[in-house]
Design a protein around this ligand. Structure first.
Ligand SMILES: [Zn+2]
Ligand SMILES: [Zn+2]
Length: 281
């Protein structure tokens, strides 16, 4: 059991995804296999140019990751994303996404802070399959770069796609074949605006999608500052037995499935945005 009084300043949390120094270089994934795990390699060749030997997580660990999402949060199934449109900030690059939402959370991890969103907490989406995104406009503006060596959370490489004109990050794919999801950010999607949309003044508000509302915090032990909301705070990720924290980072228990509030599925779980009826957020 965890000591409730234990302070977060030195939480001894075993990182489920291991540390930097225990990486082993698993057999390289053949290029042919890399093309097959995405399902639709046609629209985004740049993301498939992952050639070098990259470490992977054990498949059984990935199984636990996906099972944990299903049993921990999405007890009534995963919501479908059907041709949802998005765009970069300058609008030159348009895309649409069709797949299933497998996670939406406030992420405090090293990668969000260092490589892509660069602020924490980061509203983060995990969407399957990995190549659920299709560029619909301005493909010539789609650029990519590869994080050669990720640390801690995911090993191997990550290919980040972005708009070459305005720098908006669009999505991330991972070299680990079992990491078959796309990482995205909810604010790149198009939503109805509400409020004063006359163009005069600044009262117009960007909408949101109910299913994308973050419903928990992950990697809370790595937070930049305490978050005083009511969402569950996972010290690391969602594997059963890993620590849960309070806003101050004290360990208050361990993860059991389903997580509190998720008994009736993702869409019925609290989002922490109160009052619910306030506008269309
Ligand atoms: Zn752009
Ligand atoms: Zn993250």
């Amino acid at each position: 059991m965890f000591d409730v009084k234990k302070k977060a300043a030195a939480p001894k949390v075993d990182n489920y995804f291991g540390s930097d120094d225990d990486e082993t270089c698993a057999p390289c994934v053949p290029v042919s296999m890399q093309a097959s795990w995405c399902g639709n390699p046609v629209s985004r060749p740049s993301a498939l140019e992952i050639q070098s030997c990259a470490a992977v997580l054990p498949p059984e660990l990935w199984t636990k990751v996906w099972d944990g999402l299903a049993q921990g949060f999405f007890t009534k199934g995963f919501p479908t994303i059907d041709r949802m449109e998005g765009a970069c900030k300058c609008g030159k690059l348009g895309f649409e996404v069709t797949g299933i939402l497998v996670a939406s959370f406030q992420c405090h991890c090293h990668m969000c802070r260092r490589y892509w969103s660069q602020a924490t907490p980061t509203p983060t989406l995990w969407v399957r399959p990995a190549h659920c995104l299709t560029v619909t406009k301005g493909e010539e503006y789609l650029g990519s770069w590869t994080v050669e060596k990720l640390s801690r959370n995911l090993r191997g490489q990550a290919t980040v796609q972005f708009c070459k004109a305005c720098g908006t990050n669009i999505d991330v794919n991972f070299s680990d074949p079992a990491g078959d999801f796309a990482l995205m950010w909810p604010n790149n999607f198009k939503y109805d605006e509400w409020g004063d949309i006359s163009g005069k003044g600044d009262k117009a508000r960007h909408g949101y999608a109910e299913m994308f509302k973050p419903r928990f915090h992950a990697h809370y032990e790595n937070r930049a500052y305490d978050i005083d909301d009511s969402l569950p705070k996972l010290a690391d990720i969602w594997m059963e037995g890993l620590p849960m924290m309070n806003s101050q980072g004290d360990i208050i228990g361990e993860i059991k499935y389903p997580l509190p509030g998720f008994e009736n599925g993702w869409m019925e779980a609290p989002t922490g945005s109160k009052p619910q009826e306030q506008a269309k957020l």
